[in-house]
Design a binder for this molecule. Structure first.
Ligand code: HEM
Ligand code: HEM
Length: 199
């Protein structure tokens, strides 16, 4: 797998790329419908918001299927070498001797933080569907007590602000010239086999 001709391997298979972009569009639509009305751009945001939330839920379920049936969770799980990598980066040393890995320590940290935050958004957003009337169901706020709703709204709002920050940092790094091969790989598939260990 550790091909020195790095760009000839498939880094992201088509189903995983489709997941990334469907999920990314859903997150951006959710953020826009949540925050634009707050900054004064008023429109009927609730239907677009909850439908994008349902799309995001289905996308994440598909991702979990891909992870547990195809990839295995190991490639994105932190290990001792990730800690060593961070210490070496801080002390200005290279990565010699570290096990090559598809994702480096920072990518794993980003994925972990984002995954937890998005799961918190889904876990609090899905019960909120009981607060609205749609063609498919009637509202039933009595589903939970006022106190529980309070906790749900605070967690949803805090996680929304955190994901906004994480996504902005992520998009910034996606467009840094040194990361061009990774951006290409998330569009066309082929790219470096390893983010750690190929240099
Ligand atoms: C407990 C929940 C999750 C687990 C265990 C998990 C696990 C993984 C694993 C193992 C990979 C690497 C796949 C590979 O070998 O290439 C991965 C990639 C990725 N994950 Fe997750 N993930 C979780 C939740 C999420 C969530 C909620 C999001 C949405 C923000 C997300 C977004 C991504 C993206 C965009 C990738 C890169 C695409 C790819 O697989 O090539 N993950 N995840
Ligand atoms: C215009 C928007 C976006 C761009 C250009 C972009 C770009 C990328 C690229 C290039 C990768 C692959 C990195 C690699 O191969 O190692 C990636 C991975 C990933 N993306 Fe995005 N992305 C965007 C939006 C999002 C959004 C909205 C989320 C979630 C909220 C997200 C979550 C992830 C995760 C969790 C991974 C896997 C971890 C990683 O490789 O850092 N992305 N993205």
């Amino acid at each position: 797998m550790s091909n020195p001709n790095a760009s000839s391997e498939v880094r992201h298979a088509l189903p995983d790329r489709l997941f990334h972009w469907v999920m990314a569009i859903a997150v951006i639509v959710l953020g826009a419908t949540a925050f634009l009305p707050i900054v004064g751009i008023k429109f009927e945001w609730v239907p677009i918001h909850w439908m994008a939330g349902v799309v995001l839920t289905l996308a994440v379920l598909f991702h979990l299927y891909r992870v547990f049936a195809v990839h295995g969770a190991g490639g994105m799980s932190p290990g001792a070498d990730d800690l060593r990598e961070v210490v070496r980066d801080i002390s200005g040393k290279g990565h010699d001797g570290l096990t090559p890995a598809k994702y480096d320590a920072f990518q794993k940290a980003y994925h972990g933080a984002t995954a937890l935050t998005v799961l918190a958004l889904l876990g609090t957003g899905l019960p909120m569907l009981a607060k609205i009337d749609t063609a498919l169901w009637k509202r039933n706020p009595a589903l939970l007590t006022d106190q529980t709703w309070g906790v749900i709204y605070v967690v949803h709002g805090a996680a929304a602000m955190l994901v906004l920050f994480l996504v902005l940092v992520h998009i910034y790094f996606a467009f840094v010239p040194e990361h061009r091969a990774y951006l290409v790989s998330m569009i066309a598939g082929r790219g470096p086999g390893h983010a750690r260990g190929n240099h």
